[in-house]
Ligand binder design. Structure first.
Ligand code: DGP
Length: 217
């Protein structure tokens, strides 16, 4: 029986971390793990490059286009707002969403540019009111380690100094409720922990935990 059929809403499980920390692998494994335990789960990621806004972001990330820093921040944020309604519908119907990046990336990455006016509070403000995650799994890894991983270096933000600033911003955003996992552990170990955290959140949401909003914690 699906989660929706059993009653209760789905959970919003968020993965955050610097580039190449292993989020995408863990997101996929978690969705498979949840589905195989009878929890209907979907994988989402931000930016969602399939929408019209997402295509503009994609062009920017691949350095095909240039854009004002505030403007591109607003596009990333709009990309989350444009999917809010669907997100609420999915969660209400009992589907658990495993999401790769969200407003926390939005703030950590834009604020890392250190542009006048684009401080943490301004960056956060454009996402205020979006649904908040029920569990935030933060994959921690020294920037030096992520640099050694395959595929690093292709896109606009994949530069050592920039990633260091991103990690500093995550530290400023960090809350006690975050589940911080050492991303240098094995894929299997991380998955086991992520699954435990996610199953806990799924159960809480099924039994009535209300959905929060950013940044009310
Ligand atoms: P990904 O598809 O997860 O590799 O993300 C693409 C890149 O965009 C990555 O370097 C992180 C960055 N990013 C993700 N979300 C946001 C956002 O909301 N704002 C900014 N400025 N950057 C973001």
């Amino acid at each position: 029986m699906s989660q929706g059929a059993m009653g209760g809403r789905g959970a919003f499980i968020l993965f955050e971390g610097a580039d190449r920390c292993g989020k995408s692998t863990q997101c996929k494994l978690l969705v498979d793990g949840l589905n195989s335990r009878g929890v209907e789960a979907e994988l989402w990621r931000y930016p969602d490059r399939t929408t019209a806004i997402g295509k503009m972001i994609d062009g920017y990330l691949q350095s095909q286009t240039d854009m004002d820093d505030a403007c591109v921040h607003l596009l990333f944020s709009a990309n989350r707002w444009e999917k809010r309604k669907l997100m609420l519908e999915k969660l209400a119907s009992g589907v658990t969403l495993v999401i790769d990046r969200y407003g926390h990336s939005g703030t950590a990455f834009t604020a890392a540019k250190k542009q006048p006016g684009l401080d943490l509070e301004w960056c956060k403000s454009t996402d205020a009111g979006l649904p908040a995650p029920d569990a935030l799994i933060y994959l921690e890894m020294p920037v030096e380690e992520t640099l050694k991983r395959d595929g690093f270096g292709g896109e606009r933000y994949e530069k050592t100094e920039f990633q260091r600033e991103v990690v500093k911003n995550y530290e400023l955003l960090r809350r006690d409720a975050w589940k911080c996992l050492d991303a240098s552990r094995t894929i299997e170990d991380l998955h086991a922990d992520a699954l435990k955290i996610a199953m806990g959140a799924v159960e809480e949401c099924r039994t009535g935990k209300p959905l929060g909003t950013l940044w009310e914690d």
